[in-house]
Design a protein around this ligand. Structure first.
Ligand code: GLN
Length: 207
């Protein structure tokens, strides 16, 4: 038996690098065996096998990325590029933003309410409960910073984690979004997941 993945180059995992907590995600991807690449253009996006959209301010992500890169992201995510979005990154991946804002990238059939835990001193840490299959050690707290609240989850979207009963992380296929910031704690299971999906990813245009 041969293991064709043994000795293979680490998968290229893009981190959208137009705004927000970029370097923490770069470090987390590297820590679990991925080759992180900062993505600020369509050409850089074309080269990667998965993408992470960091937290920050979703309005700034929308403006800083610009229409061409957002359109390319939307197309690649729709075509199966594995994607992980945290906090503002979850907002970017949501199909519905409460209040009528246009989707930023989309792909996840959820509704999010921006700053849904309050607007002022609305940052907190609280224990996460992951769904079976997402076990890891240690069981970390979630760090929520002016986080979006997931107010509706569509058919075919699975719950990845809850916090105090609320759904705070979701998955549909190869897209995961979290309302909290795993890159700010020792919680590496979501980065391990995206690196694994990047390794398995083969664009449809390739034989
Ligand atoms: N409140 C921010 C927004 O609405 C998200 C905050 C974060 O990413 N930490 O875009």
């Amino acid at each position: 038996m041969t293991d064709r993945s043994r000795g293979a180059a680490p998968p290229l995992v893009g981190v959208l690098a137009v705004h927000g907590a970029v370097s923490e995600h770069v470090d987390a991807v590297r820590a679990v065996g991925g080759d992180p690449r900062r993505v600020g253009s369509v050409v850089e996006l074309d080269a990667v096998q998965a993408v992470v959209i960091p937290g920050g301010e979703s309005t700034t992500i929308r403006l800083a990325a610009g229409e061409d890169l957002l359109a390319a992201l939307a197309r690649r995510v729709r075509d199966g590029l594995p994607a992980l979005g945290t906090c503002a990154g979850l907002i970017a991946l949501a199909d519905h933003i409460a209040g009528g804002e246009e989707p930023i990238v989309g792909g996840l059939d959820v509704t999010v309410e921006r700053n849904g835990y309050g607007r002022q001193v609305a940052s907190f840490e609280a224990p996460l409960e992951y769904a079976p299959g997402w076990d890891g050690d240690p069981e970390p707290d979630g760090v929520f910073i002016r986080a979006p609240r997931i107010t509706h989850v569509g058919d075919g979207v699975d719950v990845v984690a809850r916090c105090r009963g609320d759904i705070v992380a979701v998955r549909r296929g190869d897209i995961v979004g979290t309302a909290y910031h795993p890159e700010l704690t020792g919680d590496r299971r979501l980065h391990a997941w995206i690196v694994g999906r990047a390794r398995a990813y083969h664009p449809g245009t390739h034989a």
